[in-house]
Ligand binder design. Structure first.
Ligand code: SF4
Length: 208
């Protein structure tokens, strides 16, 4: 797929810089819960000569998004997300790599597992506001969302996906902890060996 890499140089969005981590923890989301798009992602992702509605049917799904507090009470802010493959992965995930990395959606490119909760919150809020504005002014983002919903091309970020993410992250953390423990044990053994050698050398010196 043409990823329009020429429009991605020094990519920033809402004043934030993009992240580019593809470690196991960050890739878990590609496997279970692809990141959401903001309106400007459409310009980057949809090829100029493509029909946006047909393109969206193939590549996107309408999600109910997030229920968030607002000055007028709780409100739903819908989102567009990448379609999933039959295996349940993001359909742009091929052989462990993102096919659209250079222009990947905001939710993938600007959020990762290594930033603080506060930073992730600020970035998510900026994305939600942009989505909400586009819904209110009935821009392309809103039109595609309605089109996909009417066609039944929807995506529900359900408990099953969240549970899969939690369990994948727990497995990764356990592996990391066991690698750290093994490395600490190795260091300890090394220190003990060194101490024994020093003791032996000092005994030898005393005898001479
Ligand atoms: S678009 Fe790329 S980064 Fe985002 S979920 Fe899909 S494969 Fe992962």
């Amino acid at each position: 797929m043409d990823t329009h890499s020429d429009v991605t140089a020094e990519r920033t969005e809402f004043g934030f810089s993009r992240t580019s981590c593809d470690c196991h923890k960050c890739s878990v989301f590609c496997k279970h819960m692809p990141g959401f798009l903001v309106p400007s992602d459409l310009t980057r992702l949809i090829p100029p000569d493509a029909d946006p509605y047909l393109w969206a049917e193939e590549h996107l799904r309408a999600s109910f998004g997030a229920l968030v507090p607002s000055p007028v009470g709780m409100r739903w802010i819908p989102s567009l997300v990448p379609a999933k493959s039959v295996e349940g992965h993001c359909h742009w995930l091929k052989n462990g790599h993102c096919e659209v990395h250079a222009v990947s959606p905001y939710g993938c490119a600007f959020l990762d597992q290594h930033m603080s909760d506060r930073e992730a919150q600020r970035r998510s809020e900026a994305g939600r506001e942009a989505r909400w504005d586009e819904m209110v002014r009935e821009g392309l983002y809103e039109k595609l969302w309605v089109h996909l919903s009417e066609k039944g091309l929807t995506y529900d970020t359900g408990d099953v996906d969240r549970q899969r993410i939690r369990s994948s992250l727990t497995t990764i953390r356990r592996k990391e902890q066991s690698v750290m423990k093994a490395s600490r044990r190795r260091d300890l053994r090394k220190k003990k060996r060194l101490a024994r050698k020093r003791k032996k050398a000092s005994r030898k010196r005393r005898r001479n």
